[in-house]
Design a binder for this molecule. Structure first.
Ligand code: CAA
Length: 285
């Protein structure tokens, strides 16, 4: 079944989308990356090129491999270019209006048999599926940041997902070199339902003055042997993304455990979103 997937589309080339394009092209698929305008497209392309250049510099990728990967990627500002995509992955901002616009288009443009996947971390996959005329062919394919590095993909199915579709999506995740984990369509799925409240708790400790940001991060890195502390990870993932997950957990379960830290909300309001805006809990060059 999955052998029939030759052409992949990725809509949205932000931090996640550009990383997903890299993963898909590295796995040998032809992939078309779509953005809304030339500026966003240029930014996505630069993200991919930087990542590949870094891999070449480190000796992890040969010049030929880099050229092969870039050859498999097409960049476009028109979703119409996904008319022959067998599998589309959406990675646009976490707002239902934007997702609606994308999924209505993908449903119209992509072949009827194509699977449409969303990388959403905070919206209901069921709700997104219901925007299309093929809800049985819509799944969540939830990547983790940085997408080229993190092995996990949560494969999110809904009450209306066709069984064969879940199978293809799982196979696809494996062909991308990832570890698929099947999860249901509940707020936070599994990983974020555990991880994001922990990140939020770190913000609460920080705003209560229990320790400095560096001390909070250092403590848990050493205590739990993690690659980075929670405040540094918030900056990597994006404070807005984490707040959106907290809010959806709150909406769904209404327990104090899922109440967002006031400081997190204020920082998002101030545009201090982390690495992508140059400043979050830390300043990034
Ligand atoms: N793109 C491609 N490769 C990258 C990369 C990126 N953005 N960032 C790092 N890498 C690669 C590096 O090239 C390096 O590769 P090699 O080992 O082959 O040389 C490797 O990853 C390690 O990177 P560094 O040596 O630069 O730095 P590091 O050892 O400090 O690792 C890290 C950086 C991979 C980000 C690591 O700190 C880490 O794993 N952090 C935790 C990340 C995490 O928990 N992510 C999940 C967030 S939750 C989420 O995403 C879900 C959601 O919906 C909110």
């Amino acid at each position: 079944m999955v052998q029939e997937i030759h052409k992949v589309g990725v809509v949205g080339l932000g931090t996640m989308g550009a990383g997903i394009v890299e993963v898909v092209a590295r796995a040998g698929f032809a992939v078309t990356g779509v953005e809304v305008d030339d500026t966003a497209l240029k930014r996505g392309r630069a993200h991919l090129e930087r990542s590949l250049a870094k891999a070449v510099d480190k000796g992890k990728l040969s010049e030929e491999e880099r050229a092969g990967i870039l050859e498999r990627v097409t960049f476009s500002t028109s979703r119409e270019d996904l008319a022959n995509a067998d599998f589309a992955i959406e990675a646009v901002p976490e707002r239902i209006n934007i997702k609606r616009d994308v999924f209505v288009d993908l449903d119209r443009i992509c072949p009827p048999g194509a699977i449409l996947a969303t990388n959403t971390s905070s919206l209901a996959v069921t709700e997104i599926a219901a925007l299309t005329n093929r809800p049985g062919k819509v799944v969540g394919l939830h990547f983790f940041n940085p997408a080229p590095v993190m092995r996990l993909i949560e494969v999110v199915t809904t009450v209306v997902t066709e069984p064969g579709v879940a199978e293809v999506a799982t196979e696809m995740a494996k062909r991308l070199g990832k570890t698929p984990v099947a999860v249901g369509d509940r707020a936070g799925f599994v990983a974020n339902a555990l991880l994001v409240p922990y990140l939020n708790h770190a913000v609460l400790l920080y705003e209560r003055g229990v320790a400095s940001r560096e001390e909070i991060d250092a403590a848990i890195v050493e205590a739990a042997k993690l690659p980075m502390g929670p405040l540094a990870l918030l900056d990597l993932v994006g404070l807005d993304v984490c707040l959106a997950v907290m809010d959806v957990l709150w909406e769904e379960f209404r327990t104090p455990r899922y109440a967002a830290a006031p400081l997190l909300r204020r920082m998002v309001a101030a545009g201090l979103l982390g690495r992508k805006t140059g400043r979050g809990f830390y300043v990034h060059s």
